[in-house]
Ligand binder design. Sequence first.
Ligand code: NAD
Ligand code: TYD
Length: 339
Amino acid sequence: MKIIVTGGAGFIGSNFVFHMLDTYKDYKIVCIDALTYAGNMSTLKSVADDPNFKFYKADIADREAIYKIFETEKPDIVVNFAAESHVDRSIEDPEIFLRTNILGTAVLMDACRKYGIQRYHQVSTDEVYGDLPLDRPDLFFTEDTPIHTSSPYSSSKASADLLVLAYHRTYGLPVSISRCSNNYGPYHFPEKLIPLMIINALHDKPLPVYGEGINVRDWLYVEDHCRAIDLIIHKGKVGEVYNVGGHNEMRNIDIVKLICKELNKPESLITYVTDRKGHDMRYAIDPTKIHNELGWLPETKFADGIKKTIAWYLENREWWEEIISGEYKNYYDRMYKDR
Ligand code: NAD
Ligand code: TYD
C-alpha cells in the first residue's frame, strides 16, 4: 500500500506520518509539502532515513508538479492535510487560503481521477459548521448540521468539502471526509493557542487571551485524530463524512490557567486583548457515527494529554526556538503589538 500524505511537515500531518510508519511496516508513505512558514523539515528528522518514507517539496495547487509526482508514485490512497490553517492569518489576508485550501484540493482530486486511486481522504474541520451558542450545552455538531462558516479559513475548508462531495457524485471519485475538533500535542505550530501560551509562559511573557476568554473549543489529542483517519481510510464508507471529537469542551481561559498551574507561573501573566473578528463562540462534536460504525474512541484524556504536550515543549526547545527566532517574530508583532 502506498499513501500520499500532503502537509506531512505540519502539525497533524507529521503525527499521521509517524503513526502510519509505526503501525504498518509494509506501507510506503510519500509526503508532499510546500514547506510554507508552517512546514518544517526538522519535524520529519526522525523518519527522513526510513526506507518506507519519501519526501517531495511541492505545492498542491501546482498542477504540473502534482501530476508528475502521481505519475511517478502511483499512490493507492491520498490523505490531504495540506492547508493554510490559522484563522487569524485568514482574517489578515484570505487569498492564499483560497488557493491552497480550495484550488489545491481540486488539483489533488484531478490527479486522483487522472491516475486512479482507491481512496481520496480530505482532512476537514468542525469549523465548517460555524459555532454553537454558549447557553445551549445540549447542542452538538452532527454530520447533518448545515455548513455555516464564519472565517475565511473555515469558508475555504467548507468550499473544499463541497468540491470533494461533488467529485464523488459527478465523477464517482472514492472520497471520504473527516471533520475534527481542535487538536493539540507535539509539533503544534507556536501561533496556535496551546503552544503559544506554553512558550510565552516559559518566557514570562504576557498571555494574550482574546475577548473574555469564554469561547469554548473541543480539544482532542493529535494521536487520537490520526487513529480516526487511519480507521476511516481503511474501513470508512466511500462518500461519507465522519465527525471526530472526544467530548472535551474547555473555555480558553481555563486552558490558559491550567498551563500557568502546570508550569508554576502566575496567572497575572494573563492579559485580555481585543477579540478576534467574527470569533466563533463554541465548537462541540457529536462523534456517535464514527464510534458506532468504526468503533473509534479517544484514548488520551485531556488531563494526561496536556501534561504530555507541556513535557514535549520542555524537552524539544530547539524545535520551537528555531521557529520563533525567524519570520515568526514579525507575525507576532503584527498580531499582538498594540492589540
Ligand atoms: P499546519 O499549519 O500545522 O500544517 C499545514 C502543512 O501544510 C504545513 O506543513 C505546510 O507547509 C503545508 N502546506 C501549506 N500549504 C501548502 C501547499 N500549497 N502545498 C503543499 N503543502 C502545503 O496545519 P495542521 O494544524 O497540521 O492542520 C492540518 C489539516 O488538518 C488542515 O487541513 C486543517 O484544516 C485540518 N484541521 C486542523 C485542526 C487543528 O486543530 N489544527 C483541526 C481540524 C482539522
Ligand atoms: P486557535 O488555536 O487559533 O484555534 P481555532 O481558532 O482554530 O479554534 O485558537 C483557539 C482559541 O483560542 C480561539 O477561541 C482563539 C483563542 N486564542 C486566544 O485567546 N489567544 C491567542 O493568542 C490565540 C492564538 C488564540
